[in-house]
Design a protein around this ligand. Structure first.
Ligand SMILES: NC(=O)c1ccc[n+]([C@@H]2O[C@H](COP(=O)([O-])OP(=O)(O)OC[C@H]3O[C@@H](n4cnc5c(N)ncnc54)[C@H](O)[C@@H]3O)[C@@H](O)[C@H]2O)c1
Length: 450
C-alpha cells in the first residue's frame, strides 16, 4: 500500500529502494550468486545460512548437480553446511539464466583470468553482464565480486546493464565488492573479514552495504567502485611484492651461507614496522599471480609503468626454475644427475592444505623436472590427479618404500598431514622449498633460502 502510494505520487525511485531495503532486512530477498566456485559457493552458503533464499547459477552442470545433492567440491565448504541449506530449500543451483528474474540481489563471482599474453580476460564478466541485462527488472541490486581492474564496474558492467533500457540508481542498483577469502584458512572468514563496497551511486552503496551486513561482521563503504576495485588488487600486489622481496633475500642468503628462515624469525621479533612473509617455490592460486597484471595493464593504458608489480612478478615466476636448479645442484653434490633421477614432489596444490592447483608452482617444477629427464611422481592427498604437459599423473601412495626408493623428495606444499620427520628419515635427499623441515637436523635436507 505504502509503496503504491509513493509510486502514485511520482516517487517510484524511493519506492523501489525502500522495497528492496525492506526485503533485505526482512530476509525475504532472494539472492542470486552467479558462478558457484571457490568464491561463489561459500558466499551462497553464507547467505542461505543467514536465512535468505539463494539461487546459485553456474554453466557447469557438474557443479549445479553437486550443490543440489548437497555435495561440496570446495574444501572451505563442508558437506554438512551445504546439505543443511539445500535440505531446507534455502539454496538451489541452476544453469537456467532466465531464473535471474526471480532474484532481488545478484552477486557476480565468475572467473577473471588472463589471456595467453597476460592481458585481462573479461569475457566471463562481459558475458554474464549481458545475460543479466536480458533478465534485469526494476528493483534489483547487482554486485560484481570478481577481481578486476579499476573502472570495470562503471565502464564495462554498467553500460551492458543499462542496454536493457533500465537506469542505474533509478530502476536497479550496481556496486563492486571484492571477495577477500583466504582459502584454507581456519582463522579468517566472511564473518571476521571486513567487506568493502563501492556503489555507482549513494543508493547502490547503501544497498550493497545493507546486503553484506547480513553475513559479514563489518562492511566498509568506499566512495566509488573504482576505489573498491583497486583496493582488492592493491592487497594482492602488496603480497606479491613482499613475497618477491623475501624470495630475493632467500636467494641472497643461499649465496651468503645464511639461513633466510633464521633471518625472518629474528626480524619477526620486531613489534612494529615489520610483517613476516616467507619464501617458496613461487606463487599460485587465482589471485596473486593474476591480479597484479590487471592493474599493470590498466596503468599502461594511462602511460604509467607499474615497475614494482612487474619486477615482483618476474622474481616470483623465476622461483620454480631456481628450485629445479637447487635440486639439480643437490643431486650433483651426491654424484647423481637429474636426468634419470627418481623425484617425488610432495604437495602440488598452490599452498598448504588446499586442493587448488591453479597456477601452482609445483606444476611448473614437475614440468621442468620432466624436461630435464627426471622420473617424476607426486603425492598430494588433496589432489588425486593432475594434468601436466607430459600427460596425466596420479598421486602415488606415500609409503615408507616409496620415500626410500626416491633419489630426491621435494616439498612443494607443506600440507599439515605430512610428517616431515618421517619424510626426512626415510628419504635419501629432501629438497624443502617451504621451510617445513626447520628444526629437523638431518643432513639429507637441503632447504630453499639456505
Ligand atoms: N579463489 C580465490 O581465492 C579468490 C579470492 C578472491 C577473489 N577471487 C576472484 O573471484 C572470482 C572467481 O574466482 P573463483 O576462484 O571463485 O573461480 P572459480 O573458477 O572457482 O569459480 C567460478 C565459477 O564461475 C562459473 N562460471 C563461469 N562463467 C559463468 C557464467 N557465464 N555464468 C555462470 N557461471 C559461470 C564457473 O563454472 C565456476 O564454477 C575471480 O575474479 C577471482 O579473481 C578469487
Amino acid at each position: 500500500m505504502y509503496y503504491a502510494k509513493l509510486e502514485s505520487e511520482g516517487y517510484e525511485k524511493e519506492a523501489t529502494l525502500l522495497q528492496l531495503e525492506e526485503k533485505i532486512t526482512g530476509k525475504s530477498a532472494v539472492v542470486g550468486i552467479v558462478g558457484i566456485g571457490y568464491v561463489g559457493l561459500p558466499l551462497a552458503v553464507a547467505f542461505a545460512t543467514a536465512g535468505f533464499k539463494v539461487l546459485g547459477f553456474d554453466i557447469r552442470q557438474g557443479n549445479v548437480d553437486s550443490v543440489n545433492r548437497g555435495r561440496s567440491y570446495i574444501a572451505d565448504v563442508s558437506d554438512d553446511s551445504l546439505l543443511a541449506v539445500v535440505t531446507r530449500k534455502s539454496l538451489e543451483a541452476t544453469t537456467d539464466k532466465s531464473r535471474l528474474k526471480e532474484v532481488d540481489a545478484i552477486c557476480i563471482c565468475v572467473p577473471t583470468p588472463l589471456t595467453s599474453t597476460k592481458d585481462p580476460d573479461l569475457s566471463y564478466v562481459i558475458h554474464e553482464s549481458e545475460a543479466i541485462s536480458r533478465y534485469l527488472r526494476p528493483g534489483q541490486l547487482v554486485v560484481l565480486e570478481s577481481t578486476t581492474y579499476p573502472g570495470t564496474t562503471k565502464q564495462v558492467v554498467l553500460p551492458k546493464l543499462e542496454s536493457s533500457g533500465l537506469r542505474c540508481g533509478v530502476d536497479f542498483y550496481l556496486a563492486y565488492s571484492p571477495e577477500r577469502v583466504d582459502p584454507g584458512s581456519k582463522d579468517h572468514n566472511l564473518k571476521n573479514t571486513p567487506k568493502i563496497v563501492g556503489g555507482i551511486d549513494a543508493q547502490s552503496t547503501q544497498l550493497a552495504q545493507l546486503l553484506y551486513s547480513q553475513i559479514a561482521g563489518t562492511v566498509l563503504p568506499v566512495s566509488c567502485p573504482e576505489v573498491a576495485e583497486i583496493t582488492k588488487i592493491f592487497e594482492n600486489v602488496f603480497r606479491s611484492v613482499n613475497i618477491a622481496l623475501v624470495n630475493e633475500l632467500a636467494c641472497l642468503c643461499e649465496k651468503m651461507g645464511l639461513s633466510v628462515w633464521e633471518v625472518i624469525e629474528a626480524a619477526s621479533t620486531k613489534p612494529f614496522g615489520y610483517m613476516p612473509f616467507y619464501p617458496g617455490p613461487g606463487i599460485g592460486g587465482h589471485c596473486i599471480p593474476l591480479d597484479p597484471y590487471y592493474l599493470a595493464n590498466k596503468a599502461r593504458q594511462l602511460d604509467f609503468h607499474t615497475r614494482f608489480i612487474e619486477l615482483a612478478a618476474e622474481i616470483n615466476e623465476q622461483m620454480p626454475y631456481h628450485v629445479v636448479y637447487r635440486i639439480l645442484e643437490a643431486l650433483n653434490d651426491r654424484s647423481k644427475s637429474l636426468k634419470g633421477a627418481r623425484v617425488l614432489v610432495l604437495g602440488v596444490a598452490y599452498k598448504k592444505d588446499v586442493e587448488d592447483t591453479r597456477e601452482s608452482p609445483a606444476l611448473k617444477i614437475i614440468q621442468l623436472l620432466h624436461e630435464k629427464g627426471a622420473q617424476v611422481s607426486y603425492n598430494d592427498p588433496h589432489v588425486p590427479q593432475i594434468n601436466v604437459p607430459a600427460g596425466d599423473m596420479k598421486s602415488v601412495e606415500l609409503s615408507k618404500e616409496c620415500l626410500a626408493s626416491m633419489d630426491c623428495v621435494v616439498i612443494a606444499a607443506d600440507h599439515s598431514c605430512y610428517d616431515m620427520g618421517e619424510v626426512a628419515s626415510r628419504a635419501r635427499l629432501v629438497f624443502d622449498a617451504r621451510g617445513a623441515t626447520r628444526g629437523l637436523k638431518h643432513d639429507n635436507i637441503v632447504r630453499l633460502g639456505e
